[in-house]
Write a protein that binds this ligand. Structure first.
Ligand code: PEP
Ligand code: MN
Length: 337
């Protein structure tokens, strides 16, 4: 439920309401939506008595949130959440571009690639160190060494970095090195990982599972938020359908739907969605036109030689062309790039 206090509510009144909610077994989540103090309350609904709370001095109203996901819903918070990572804002009017290779490969490639991508307009640098590969025989990533390379690039270039954690063990390591922690599609419903992410001080980039419904996706985000980490970025990265000309199918309609249902930022990964570099520009343009807050793109200096996902990685020239074309779309839909 959502408890909104009167503008004139005193600190003492707020404290008394908080105390009552805790006594009822509720957990309080501060909501920064308006000037009035708002509290999102989660917990056992049978013990949380809305009418009793609403009778407390200083309370303006108590709203029941009927959606299965609570903290992520627009009912809880109507304004878009903007997540700050250094100088980068994710979720505002300005679009966020995350770019980099699928996996961290070399020091030179990461540093030079990062510098070039930043020059061309990337806000964040990506690179996997712990890779969830379909085949156990494929390159699994450099592990902690990959994170060191990425963190060094961040210092050298002054760009925030993103990398994936595949389990709670790697989460503890990734958390030390990067600015945003990715939870991949295959782990969207790894509940112990989601709970660990809920305790993190880092923003989480949560990718949609390949067969997850919108509701399941939002409930996965809810696992992170209910733990106390409200900085969740949702990423549509394609779902499994019967079509076999692309790796997955980019669910374009999920973008306006998610934007309607949740205040969390929504970005799109056309690279994994399509698995085809020739589709990156059109899918990126479509995503921004549909209301996405940003993109995550795999870029590699020599895609044919990439240790993972080369067939969907684009070159720097191709990335530069993408940015040029995106500026036109961004302008047309009132966004800044
Ligand atoms: C990735 O971003 O490299 C990745 C493995 O993505 P996904 O979890 O969407 O497959
Ligand atoms: Mn990849």
């Amino acid at each position: 439920m959502l408890v909104v206090m009167n503008d004139s509510a005193t600190k003492r009144e707020i404290k008394r309401v908080s105390k009552l909610i805790k006594k009822m077994g509720g957990k309080i989540h501060p909501i920064s939506d308006e000037t009035a103090v708002s509290m999102g309350i989660t917990g056992d609904e049978s013990t949380l008595k809305a009418d009793e709370i609403s009778r407390m001095p200083g309370v303006r109203n108590v709203n029941d949130i009927r959606k299965p996901y609570k903290l992520g819903s627009r009912e809880m918070k109507s304004k878009d959440t903007v997540i700050k990572v250094g100088k980068v804002n994710i979720g505002g009017k300005r679009l966020t571009i995350i770019a980099g290779s699928c996996a961290v490969e070399t020091v030179e490639g990461t540093n030079e690639g990062g510098r070039l991508l930043q020059m061309l307009g990337a806000d964040l640098l990506r690179g996997g160190a712990f890779k969830p590969r379909t085949s156990p025989y494929s390159f699994q990533g450099l592990g902690e060494r990959g994170l060191e390379i990425l963190a060094d690039a961040r210092e050298l270039i002054d760009i925030p970095v993103v990398s994936e954690a595949v389990d709670t063990e790697s989460f503890n390591v990734v958390e030390k090195y990067v600015d945003i922690i990715q939870i991949g599609a295959r782990n969207m419903q790894n509940f112990s990982l989601l709970k660990r992410a809920g305790k993190s001080y880092r923003p989480i980039l949560l990718k949609r599972g390949i067969s997850a419904t919108i509701s399941e996706f939002l409930l996965a985000a809810e696992y992170i938020m209910v733990g106390g980490n409200y900085n969740v970025i949702l990423c549509e990265r394609g779902i499994r359908t019967f079509n076999d000309y692309t790796r997955f199918t980019l669910d374009i309609s999920s973008i306006p739907e998610l934007k309607k249902l949740t205040h969390l930022p929504v970005i799109v990964d056309p690279s994994h969605a399509s698995g085809r570099r020739d589709l990156i520009i059109p899918l990126s343009k479509a995503s921004i036109a549909a209301g996405a807050d940003g993109l995550m793109i795999e870029v590699h200096p020599d895609p044919e030689k990439a240790l993972s996902d080369g067939y969907q990685s684009i070159t720097f020239e191709h990335f530069s062309e993408l940015m040029r074309e995106l500026r036109l779309i961004a302008k047309a839909v009132g966004r800044i790039l």
